[in-house]
Design a protein around this ligand. Structure first.
Ligand code: GAR
Length: 189
């Protein structure tokens, strides 16, 4: 069975959904959740679902401690699910085409540094967009610029607050992220 490692910094609703999806699926299994945030809700969620957790600080991420821990696991896929730090080039080099991220907008719009979570939705609303969506993409050394794997859009004509947009995005993430991860795990003939 393929090994999935998740990186998350916050509430972890995507992480939880992915863990649950692969509890009933033989293509893969979430073997660990890594977080830079000691208070992240994702820690509780992972523990409740019997998935092991690792916490680390920025230095441990940039100076190789995290890479060593990942190498011990040797995952088939690394999933960034609401992970808010820049992912180190050293790890990207060692896991080419094996690291993916979900972004809560239709990249290349609304990507880059500082564009995460509610900030994205505020910008989308300020620009009076009529639709937004999600982008699942490979991770390269520049924020939000790796090759796209999947996009899905949604109308936000009736949304009046960033929170309303967030709800629509959340629904798309819950529906599509686990399925798209599963597709990546299936060997290509
Ligand atoms: C998700 O909406 C994800 O797309 C976003 O953070 C949220 C995490 O929610 N990621 C980014 O903004 C990355 N730039 P969760 O912790 O409840 O899964």
């Amino acid at each position: 069975m393929k090994k999935i490692v998740i990186f998350a910094s916050g509430s972890g609703s995507n992480a939880e959904k992915i863990i649950l999806h692969f509890k009933n699926n033989y293509q893969g299994n979430v073997v660990a959740v890594f977080t830079n945030n000691l208070h992240a809700k994702v820690l509780e969620k992972a523990s409740q679902l019997q998935v092991s957790t690792e916490t680390f600080n920025k230095n441990e991420l940039s100076e190789g401690t995290v890479l060593n821990k990942i190498n011990k696991i040797n995952p088939d896929l690394i999933v960034l699910a609401g992970f808010l730090l820049k992912f180190p080039e050293e790890i990207i080099k060692q896991y080419p085409d094996k690291i993916i991220n979900i972004h809560p907008a239709l990249l290349p719009k609304y990507g880059g540094k500082g564009m995460y979570g509610i900030n994205v939705h505020k910008a989308v609303l300020e620009n009076k967009e009529i639709e937004t969506g999600i982008t699942i993409h490979y991770v390269n050394k520049n924020y939000d610029e790796g090759e796209f794997i999947f996009q899905k859009s949604v109308s936000i004509i009736n949304c009046k607050t960033p929170e309303e947009i967030a709800q629509k995005i959340h629904a798309l993430e819950m529906e599509y992220f686990p399925k798209e991860i599963e597709k990546l795990l299936i060997p290509k003939i």
